[in-house]
Structure formats: C-alpha cells, structure tokens
Write a protein that binds this ligand. Structure first.
Ligand code: S3P
Length: 427
C-alpha cells in the first residue's frame, strides 16, 4: 500500500462501530436469556473472532447484515463445551474477557490466538481468576496463550489491579457473575467502562464508585437491543489528518464520546485543534456526538497520568500529529504500549525515525520534537492495525512515497479504512 501527499481532505464520514462495545454485545447477548439485537456492529476480524468463539460454544448468532446481529442467548449456564480449541485471532479483548466467562463454566477449554496474541501477557488475568478458584494454565509456561481453562465454582473477591486495563477489569467482573458473593475491582485509574454500562443494561447489579466496580453474582440477564456507536479510536485517524492536512474539513458522524474514551478530544483541544462537537445525545446508553475537524495549527503538549487509559489506543496517531505540532510532545505513563498488538513504542520510533521525525523512546512513552517535515519511507505495520492506519495518515502528509508493509491488517478494526480515506481526497 503506497501513500503520497494529500492536497486536501474534505467530506463526511461514518466510522464503523465501536470495537470494544461490539465484542461485549456478542458476549453479553450470549449470556443473556432471549434475543439480543445488535445494530452498528463492527464486522472487523477481532469481533468476528468473538462471534466464532460463541458459535463454537453453541450460541446461535444470525448476521442478517454485516453490521446487524441477532444473538439467541442461552443464559449464564447455557454455553456448551466447544469441540475444539477456541481461536481468538489477534484479539486481546476476546482472549481476556472470554477467559473470565470460561472460568465459571463446568467444562475445560483451550484457547489461543495468532502469533501476537501468543506473546501478550495473560498473567494479569491468570492471577485474579485463579484467586477466584479457576484453574488456568499457560501451556507454554510463559504466562501467555495458549491457555487451558478449567472452570470451577468461583468465589467473589476484591481485587486491586496493577494496571488500568478494561480487559482485566472485565475478565474479573465476568467471572464475578459466577461467584458465591459480590466481586469488586479497583483500578489505579479508570479504564473504559463499557462492561459496567452494558452489563447493567442487561440487568446485572453493578455498582461503580470512583475507580471501583462491584458486581453481584448470578443476575438474570435479559436480551437487549444494542445500538453500537461509531468507534472514537477509528475516528481518531480522521481527527488527526483533518488537523494536519492543508485545506481540510471533515465531518465525522455518530462517534462514541464516553468520558473513559474521549482523551483524544481533550488532547486535541490542548494542542489547539479546530474540532467542534456538533450535537450529542445518549440514545445508545453511551454518549454519542458528531464531530467537525478543520486544518489547525497544533502545539506540542504533555500526555500523562489518568489521561493515558482514556486514549491508550490513539497514542500512535497522536505521535504522528505531534510531528506537525510546534514544540515538544512528551508521552509518559504509557508503558502499556509495549504489550499491545505490537510494541507500539518501538514500532512508532522505528517507523517515524525512518520518515525523518525527531522522536526518542523512553521507558514509558516517547518524546517528539515537532516541526521536522516527514519524508516517505518503507514502514512496517508489524501487523498492528493501529500502526498501519497511523502511517497511512503520516504518508498523506509526507513528501514522496510512503509504503506500508502488512497494510491489510486494518481489517482487524476498520475493514474499509483505505477506501474511506480515498473518498475524502476525491471530494
Ligand atoms: C479494550 C481495552 C484496552 C484497549 C483495547 C480494547 C477493551 O486494552 O487497548 O484495544 O475493549 O476492553 P487494555 O485493557 O489492555 O488496556
């Protein structure tokens, strides 16, 4: 895939459904009784892995359209032992959340995913789920998948996580559905709260206070209608390029702006970006808005602390924007970037340096000196969808040709990404 400089980007865009919410809709729909109807579902490879896992556990899921699902839930105890290994593909969310659910079943499962998943840390879920009574073994004894999970009767626990991770929090809360008393999770900072919001809408008794979420066991979960808003993590690429590409104006419709996810909007404001929130509502149980972005003069800024979990997936594209800002951008408290689909600190530094950026890796983030023009280069996505999309944006704003190796991995979260970018160049 080759990119050259864009003269302008103009038009309207509707980004695909939120990945985190799409996964949860399938999982909670499967555990609820009766029909769950999902609209705006993300038909990306990660969410299709979640569908596949639940089909293998006996759940009937219809796809009348790629973005519309009918899930015939069987209740908390309705899953059946899969005949084969569960394959979670590239999806950390599938792997970790499903582990919480499998911990409470009365059967044994083996689950694994692709080469990237087999390198991602699972100790962070193995520890709390084992404390609850599940038996979980990393088959290669390296704390990663493949995992063998023998479900057991579970105890409720109170657990304090070391990292602000919605995947870890959600795995524990989902196991907590099968506990013998309430389960609570306290995090160092609030991570995305889609599990809490959606489980409550299915009928779970869930309290949240500050950075602690508590769930009561064995609720009656009833099928729901879920409207999935557009994914702010996908909108981020258009917000970024709308700011840094000359003569641009992009209207992005129906984007989820949950406060646990809206860090990108807060950073754009701090950087001086011309972004307007045009209308917002809460129809979906999640706040949603239309966004308008125009070419802007950006200032560097510092990203740190509790802000980081609210924009963790957007840091690669924020690093691209920082190259076009005046002054220095410092990103710290983001060591989690090293254990995403790729090591996003190393990969950003390697690829942006190849394009002429002034960027340095630190232990827990990166430092970028803005104002050094980018030039085309051959860059490697490392099969990480967010890296591929970030470098498409870099390529549209660089001299010469930027070639992205492994560009097709955008199908994980945004199957039509390159086509949507092209349409904005043509209008
Ligand atoms: C997600 C949580 C985050 C995020 C990932 C999706 C979720 O991961 O990076 O893309 O849906 O719960 P962590 O929980 O590892 O921070």
């Amino acid at each position: 895939m080759i990119f050259t400089r864009a003269q302008h980007l103009k038009g309207e865009i509707t980004v695909p459904g939120d990945k985190s919410i799409s996964h949860r809709a399938v999982m909670f729909g499967a555990l609820a009784e009766g029909l769950t109807e999902v609209e705006g579902f993300l038909p990306g490879a990660d969410c299709l892995s979640t569908i596949d896992c639940f089909r293998r556990m006996g759940i009937f899921i219809e796809e009348p359209e790629s973005t519309r699902l009918l899930i015939h839930g069987k209740g908390l105890h309705g899953l059946k032992k899969p005949a084969d290994i569960l394959d979670t593909g590239n999806s950390g969310t599938t792997t970790r959340l499903i582990s919480g659910i499998l911990s409470g079943q009365d059967f044994e499962t083996i689950l694994t995913g692709d080469a990237s998943i087999q390198k991602r840390p699972m100790g962070r879920i193995i520890e709390p789920l084992s404390l609850m009574g599940a038996s979980i073994e990393s088959l290669n004894k390296n704390g990663c998948a493949p995992l063998r999970i023998q479900g057991r009767p579970l105890h409720g626990i109170h657990y304090t996580t070391k990292v602000a991770s919605a995947q870890v929090k959600s795995a524990i809360l989902l196991a907590g559905l099968y506990g013998d008393c309430p389960t609570s999770v306290t995090e160092p900072a609030l991570s995305r709260n889609h599990t809490e919001l959606m489980l409550r809408s299915f009928g779970a008794k869930m309290q949240t206070e500050d950075v602690t979420a508590t769930i009561e066991p064995l609720p009656h979960l009833a099928g729901q209608k879920i409207l999935v808003p557009g994914d702010i993590s996908s909108a981020a690429y258009f917000l970024a390029t709308g700011c840094i590409t000359p003569n641009s104006e992009i209207f992005i419709q129906n984007v989820g702006i949950n406060p646990t996810r809206d860090g990108i909007l807060r950073v754009l404001k701090r950087m001086g970006a011309d972004v307007t929130i045009l209308s917002s509502d809460n129809r979906t149980g999640e706040p949603v808005a239309d966004l308008l972005v125009k070419t802007s003069h950006l200032q560097g800024c510092v990203l740190e602390g509790d802000l980081i979990p609210a924009l963790i997936d957007e840091i690669p594209v924020i690093a691209i924007m920082a190259c076009f800002a005046t002054g220095t951008t410092i990103i710290r408290d983001a060591a989690e970037l090293k254990v995403k689909e790729s090591n996003r600190i190393d990969v950003m530094v390697e690829n942006l340096s190849a394009m002429g950026a002034h960027i340095t890796a630190t232990e827990d983030g990166m430092i970028i000196e803005g104002g050094y023009p980018l030039h085309g280069a051959v860059v490697d996505s490392h099969l990480d969808h967010r890296i591929a999309m970030s470098f498409a944006i870099a390529g549209l704003n660089a001299d010469g040709e930027t070639q992205i190796a492994g560009a097709e991995c955008v199908n994980i979260s945004y199957p039509g990404f390159y086509e949507d970018l092209k349409l904005l160049q043509q209008s």
